[in-house]
Design a protein around this ligand. Sequence first.
Ligand code: FES
Ligand SMILES: [Fe+2]
Length: 387
Amino acid sequence: MLTQEENDLLTRIGPGTPAGELLRRYWHPVGYVQELTDEQPTRFVRILGEDLVLFKDKSGHVGLLADHCSHRGASLLYGRVEERGIACAYHGWLYDAQGNCLECPAEPAGSLFHLTVKQRAYPVRRFIGMYWAYLGPEPGPEIPHYDVWARRDGQRVLRLKPRLDCNWFQAMENSVDPAHLQILHQDVGGNGANRRPANTTRGRTDDVEEFEFVEVPCGIIKKRSYRNGLVDEHPLIFPNILRNANRTQMRVPIDDTHTNVFIVEFHPGPDGSGVDLEDERPEVIYEAPYKAPIDARHPFARFRLDEVPAQDYMAWETQGPITDRRSERLATTDRGIVLYRRMIMREIERTREGLDPLGVVRERDHPIVDTNLEGSLREYVGRRRSG
Ligand code: FES
Ligand SMILES: [Fe+2]
């Protein structure tokens, strides 16, 4: 059970909020490379409660600027891209990718007024087929070379899940909630899914010997040991990523009550070793919605429950736009959730002190970060083979 203040501390991510400041210490994906084209060179982005426009100018520079033009607030989504940047459609104020105002066309000849104008701008990088943004204080860190993202001995596939219409923290707490697998997903997922449980209340709970949670350098490993000797381990990569099997799921807050879920999947194989991570352009799959109507919230939407992700979305969204943790009743299997909340609070404190929080990497050419992908792939393939 948390107080309202503690719940706000963990969940609110707008500018100036403690968790918002923590999340602003990391790079986050904001779109796919193929989403900016000559025909459609601008794209609206809401991330961490900020309204922004991603654009590619005619010289190929990609920028991320505040949506509302500094002049009188029209949206830059409708700006015209030029060689030098993007010109607001309303009166033509021209901005480069760093937010410098290069021209205010209607001002008198020789005016230097434009030099006093600065549009809010964030750095953007292209990496494994996505544009990534950094919204924190300079100098920014590097994008970590997690194995799923940085290995070159195979191919990646990108997936965008349907928009999650609730707070990001609900999805993250689920990543350290191993007990739900044997109940919520008893018919469709996980170890032993090929046999129907005799008792639907207990589901497949009795297959499990124990749950363990261990803090590791990249976050938390949650471990399920089964009575038949199998073990599965899924790392929560701090602060907002789940790694299961061969994929990472990044839960990127759109605002306090909506979340984007970007998936990067890695398939080991002979191809890909010649590709630069900056130039890589994997296939992108947009996942079908899990509810109808797609923009409605519980109880005005109905979820389909025929696959694991749809079941998870049902559980997370029906907790409410932001779960009211003042009335929760945590039990023994929720100790991973308690550990994760403590780590978030601890790293918020580090951020406040001006230190780099957990998982921030500053060396440009750092080695690949092992998140135990190999172990998970063996476990995953082994389980598929054993049915
Ligand atoms: S509102 Fe953008 S140039 Fe005037
Ligand atoms: Fe789940």
